[in-house]
Design a protein around this ligand. Structure first.
Ligand code: C2E
Ligand code: MG
Length: 260
């Protein structure tokens, strides 16, 4: 795996995120893949834990940040979309490393990006509350002006106080809540309550794993802000995103193409 970085075998795929109200593509999430010479394209589930346990997540994470920022700047300029946003996932280990803030600051400066267009997704709500090295990094990132988001919301313990620190700008409802929302009354109530709470705390809500029109309709009825999932688009390579951005500018919405 150490050689994978040197041999340039990591690639980023990007999954579009739409504004639920208008259907407009407003941003993308960068998702890491390993183009393995023998096993083909591998998802993070096959290698992320090895990156994390070996400490290679720091250099791989740096590569992700630099590549994603460069790509975002290129799309913003080419398609004149200065507000296009990009979400980047962070592992908890990366937050313990003081260099992360410097890496992000350099990537923003080198690509002349507006920092508000970048969002970093973190997995654990508790670290937002604790006085820790992670919290210091989160504050450092906030100072740069980037947005912070809690990923997989609804699957882990998150205290109210951790959400009310002003550190978190948004959360991503976990796909396990979305996948059976058409038939699961409990998930419907949880999602409604989570969105109402987010409104009160001035936090934006995205839903991931949206696969059907009824799921999207339900999210729309709850005033969920953003949606992402196979219904809208699968994650894809950068050149395919460019084609989609071109059609978006011409007025063709992603969903009208992918709806059944
Ligand atoms: P995540 O951040 O929750 O990303 C969403 C995952 O759900 C992606 O899996 C995506 O392919 C998948 N997905 C999107 N829409 C749908 C849908 O409609 N149905 C279903 N069944 N799945 C959908 P992926 O790419 O395998 O990534 C898995 C996780 O790996 C991510 O979950 C994230 O936590 C982590 N990850 C991905 N890229 C990076 C990275 O660059 N750095 C770090 N530290 N973690 C990453
Ligand atoms: Mg994510």
């Amino acid at each position: 795996m150490r050689h994978a970085l040197v041999r340039n075998e990591f690639v980023l795929h990007y999954q579009p995120r739409i504004d639920v109200g208008s259907g407009r593509l407003i941003g993308l999430e960068a998702l890491l893949r390993w183009q393995h010479p023998r096993f083909g394209l591998l998802p993070p589930a096959r290698f992320l834990s090895i990156l994390e346990s070996s400490g290679l997540i720091h250099s791989a994470g740096e590569w992700v940040i630099n590549t994603a920022c460069q790509q975002l700047a290129s799309w913003q300029q080419k398609f004149e979309l200065p507000d296009l946003s990009l979400a980047i996932n962070l592992s908890q280990q990366q937050l313990k490393h003081g260099r992360l803030v410097e890496t992000v600051a350099k990537a923003i400066a080198n690509n002349a990006l507006d920092s508000g267009c970048l969002e970093f997704e973190i997995g654990d709500g508790e670290i937002v509350r604790q006085r820790s090295a992670e919290l210091e990094t989160l504050h450092g990132l906030r100072k740069l002006g980037v947005r912070l988001s809690l990923d997989h919301f609804g699957t882990r313990d998150v205290s109210f106080s951790s959400l009310d620190t002003g550190v978190i700008d948004s959360f991503v409802l976990d796909q396990s809540l979305i996948q059976d929302v058409e038939v699961n009354g409990s998930h419907q109530r949880i999602i409604r309550a989570a969105i109402a709470m987010a409104r009160g705390l001035d936090i934006e809500v995205a839903a991931e794993g949206v696969e059907t029109i009824p799921q999207l309709e339900f999210l729309r009825s709850c005033n969920c802000d953003l949606a992402q999932g196979f219904l809208i688009s699968r994650p894809m390579q950068a050149d395919k995103v460019s084609r989609i951005l071109r059609s978006e500018i011409a007025g063709t919405r992603l969903l009208s193409r992918s709806a059944p």
